[in-house]
Write a protein that binds this ligand. Structure first.
Ligand SMILES: Cc1cc2nc3c(=O)[nH]c(=O)nc-3n(C[C@H](O)[C@H](O)[C@H](O)COP(=O)(O)OP(=O)(O)OC[C@H]3O[C@@H](n4cnc5c(N)ncnc54)[C@H](O)[C@@H]3O)c2cc1C
Length: 457
């Protein structure tokens, strides 16, 4: 039976695109953090939508689960297959569907296959004097199909929104093999329901994204990049609000003091040049450095705490620091990680409340914070003195953090998604009717639960 399936898979995509060798499969079976490991009958690499349709139909006939996989950079185990207790599953990996199909300069849009990497799209747009603004540290590996399936965020959400805001059209293969063709490149299209929205952020549970039409934007005329240290978050928010009136703010990132210390200890060659309770890294899309300096000096902040420039070398150095924060944090050891969002007006309240609650149970705990303050999104990591204790206390720490997040109107997943990591928390944090409606949509589209099972639901 297994051999018959493997033969049929080979007939659809070609023998070389069906990986069964355990050594070659290794990287596809684990997640980026090394937290999850699964197994699969095969890793299969289609090259066309037609091949995806055939794969899906074959899997339906034989009750085989499909794990859609892009660049496998999910931070919540979303693209990792399940373990040996789920024997009938294949990984469908899109790395060979990596063609840019068209660019429409006047319409400012680009049509791509799902397996194009994010950096491939950014560079292609640049070559045509256009700008694609999605910016995440995994851009060299993650694929646009994965970005859309997770509704990725990143550092430019404050100006350009999440991926959802950058998608004009999609082609989707449903679990029964039907193709939904919404590959239009229109900015306005009010013909009843905008069905593609259901698939954006659906984490491979409702269909396979095979192609996409994306918005392109004008290349910014210049950047002013700044680093400023502040005593509290209210000061940072005040700065953000003033800057936003006068400039196009495209990034507003925060680095907490413990994170500053951890980073500086690991990356001695490119230290964070300021220090205080909080350091803010911000970027304005403007060629007018003098105007930016003048405005900030009028706010009355101590300018010794400010580094600001339009110099490319400095810009690269500062953004390198930001990119290496998750790396430094990972090197520092195991932490219970949270990707949370709150109304920006309640961030400070949350941090004070939650620090108090965490310290009540774990007086020695370190809370390591960085993230996208401009979007109300914190990467909020709790680490106990001993690794074994951090691991054993994960559920309790989650309970303390998520209870406070939810009590202040926040979300347990700002941008990384639910995957396997937050499965039980998705239910507990959802309004029951919303949770049930999402389940009904899943049941309607995938009644046999073959698309990325045991993720989200
Ligand atoms: C260093 C680092 C930094 C990161 N920074 C950010 C950040 O700033 N913001 C952010 O949002 N995320 C970030 N991430 C998380 C991750 O890169 C994003 O979630 C990304 O969008 C995933 O893309 P991928 O191609 O790797 O998808 P995968 O990890 O392969 O898959 C993710 C999910 O999408 C599904 N999927 C993949 N391709 C398809 C498809 N074609 N059709 C249907 N479903 C599909 C999978 O089944 C899975 O559920 C970061 C990750 C790393 C490692």
């Amino acid at each position: 039976m297994e051999n018959d399936i493997l033969l049929e898979l080979s007939l659809i995509v070609g023998q070389n695109q069906v990986i069964t060798d355990p050594v070659q499969q290794h990287a596809y079976l684990r997640d980026w953090r090394g937290r999850y490991k699964g197994q699969a009958l095969a890793v299969v690499k289609p090259q066309t939508t037609d091949q995806i349709v055939k794969l899906v139909r074959l899997c339906q006939l034989n009750s085989i689960s499909i794990i859609p996989q892009g660049g496998n950079t999910s931070l919540c185990g979303g693209a990792t297959p399940l373990d040996q207790s789920f024997p009938s599953q294949i990984i469908v990996n899109f790395s060979l569907m990596n063609k840019i199909l068209a660019i429409d300069i006047e319409n400012n849009s680009i049509t791509v296959e799902a397996g194009c990497t994010l950096s491939q799209i950014i560079k292609y747009a640049e070559k045509h004097k256009r700008y694609f603004p999605l910016s995440i540290a995994s851009e060299g590996s993650c694929q646009i199909g994965g970005n859309i399936a997770t509704n990725a965020g990143g550092i430019h959400v404050i100006k350009y929104g999440m991926v959802r805001d950058m998608v004009l059209g999609l082609e989707i293969v449903l679990p029964d093999g039907r193709i939904i063709n919404q590959l239009n490149c229109l900015r306005k299209n009010n013909s009843y329901l905008d069905l593609k929205q259901i698939f954006i952020g659906s984490e491979g549970t409702l269909g396979i994204i095979s192609k996409a039409v994306l918005k392109l934007y004008p290349v910014p005329l210049g950047y002013v990049t700044g680093l400023i240290s502040v005593k509290n978050i209210s000061q940072a928010i005040e700065l953000l609000n003033i800057l936003s009136v006068h400039f196009s703010v495209c990034a507003f990132e925060i680095i907490g003091q413990t994170m500053q210390q951890i980073y500086n200890a690991k990356f001695t060659a490119n230290q964070i040049p300021l220090s205080d309770a909080w350091v803010i890294l911000f970027e304005l899309q403007t060629p007018d450095l003098d105007n930016a300096i003048e405005l900030i000096s009028k706010i009355g902040l101590d300018t010794q705490q400010l580094i600001i420039n339009d110099n490319l070398t400095l810009r690269n150095k500062l953004w390198q620091i930001r990119e290496n924060l998750p790396v430094a944090e990972k090197m520092y050891g195991v932490a219970v990680k949270h990707d949370i969002s709150l109304p920006i007006s309640r961030i400070e309240e949350f941090i004070l409340l939650n620090q108090k609650n965490i310290k009540k149970s774990y007086p020695e705990a370190q809370i390591i914070i960085f993230g996208h303050l401009g979007d109300g999104n914190l990467h909020y990591n709790v680490q106990l003195a001993a690794q074994a204790e951090t691991v054993s206390q994960e559920n309790n720490i989650n309970q303390i953090v998520y209870t406070d997040v939810l009590s202040l109107g926040g979300s347990i997943s700002a941008e990384h998604g639910i995957g396997q990591l937050k499965l039980s928390w998705y239910k507990d944090s959802s309004d029951l009717n919303s949770y049930n409606l999402a389940g009904q949509i899943k049941q309607l589209l995938d009644p046999n639960n073959l698309f990325n099972p045991n993720k989200i639901f």
